[in-house]
Design a binder for this molecule. Sequence first.
Ligand code: ZN
Length: 163
Amino acid sequence: MADVRKVCEQGKLWDIEFPIVELMGQDESTGWVEKHLHPNGLKCPRCGADRQQGRVLRQTGQSRLRVYRCRCGATYNLYTGTVLAQQHLRPAQVVLLLRGIFKGAPTAALSQELGVGYAALLTLRHELQAQAEQLQPKDALPDRQTESDEMFQNAGEKRQAAS
Ligand SMILES: [Zn+2]
């Protein structure tokens, strides 16, 4: 990594590799991911008991997540039962991954930024997008309908302006 002050003086900011994952707090990132993955709170996937009814068993190595053991005997963590299970991502990486996907960032750029392999990231991206499509309300207007309505309105405005 380049000397930040020197690089700023020379105006070559693009030479810096931003250590963004390291700058994001584990607790804040975990809280954000939990809120979005588990809007009703993290619960035991087997019996549905709140995590407060279990205990913290250990912490995972790479992703540094708390592993809970429920009173029913099941063990689980923040990612259990989601597409993120078995991916060993840190919560900060998940935040940036989701942000990148929603912003339409190229997978190669995300792979570099997050330090996650391209193939794994591509699979994850497809799974997340498929899941997001399933979650769309069925009675929502398809995009094509909305677009043609807008075109119709625009055409009307143009006609008025011309006359
Ligand atoms: Zn349980």
